[in-house]
Design a protein around this ligand. Structure first.
Ligand code: DC
Length: 210
């Protein structure tokens, strides 16, 4: 082992980065932060209360992230909107850095982890998949939850979110130059995990467990 293992995972919506982050965290016994939840909590609260998003970001607490409504697509769209505000991003920086630089190491997933939050992370993964593959995954997920939607709508909303997240001026979604690129269009979660694990072990990190 070479110092704490900090794994920075970035990628667009429904690329599989969340599932991969959870599995890597469990494998290496590390705490995991889904940073999208921070933006979702701010966007959701801003819509409900009308308070300025930057102020909400400055006072966000870990307990605010447990709200199940943050998982909805409406919260995702609200998150994407407030995440373009530079003061919101600045006010969420400390929360994320404190989490990332715990002595144990950590896993964080989001859009700017390898580029802005942890530019010196020893492991950076950029997880992507085609728009069609991601929309198809999200559509199946929504249908399984009993949501009444159609695939073209899911695809259009995802395309809009991709565009907003990639074209914004403040910390746009992009791969760090030293990130390992993982295209999961034709991979299931097991295959993505195996590929990421091989890359991380190739850097000399091993699970401390049995
Ligand atoms: O990963 P997610 O779908 O939960 O993210 C919701 C939105 O939050 C996403 O559209 C963009 C924003 N986001 C961000 O700007 N930076 C991050 N590190 C994580 C999410």
């Amino acid at each position: 082992m070479r110092g704490p293992l900090l794994i920075a995972i970035d990628g667009p919506a429904a690329s599989g980065k969340g599932t991969l982050g959870r599995r890597l965290a469990a494998h290496f016994g590390l705490p995991h932060l889904d940073t999208g939840l921070l933006y979702r909590a701010v966007g959701w609260a801003a819509e409900r209360t009308g308070r300025p998003p930057a102020e909400l970001a400055a006072t966000l607490r870990a307990a605010d992230l447990a709200n199940p409504e943050l998982r909805t697509d409406a919260a995702g769209q609200a998150a994407s909107r407030v995440s373009a505000i530079p003061e919101v991003r600045a006010n969420l920086l400390k929360f994320q850095k404190d989490f990332a630089y715990q002595p144990s190491g950590a896993v964080l997933d989001g859009r700017d982890i390898g580029t802005v939050i942890c530019p010196d992370a020893p492991v950076k993964l950029y997880v992507s998949a085609s728009l069609e593959a991601r929309a198809d995954r999200r559509y199946r997920e929504l249908r399984a939850q009993g949501a009444d939607t159609i695939k073209p709508r899911v695809l259009a909303e995802m395309a809009e979110r991709d565009r907003r997240d990639s074209e914004r001026a403040a910390a746009p979604l992009k791969a760090a130059p030293d990130a390992y690129l993982l295209d999961t269009s034709d991979m299931d979660a097991d295959a993505a995990f195996a590929a990421a694990l091989a890359f991380i072990e190739g850097k000399g990190f091993r699970s401390a467990g049995p």
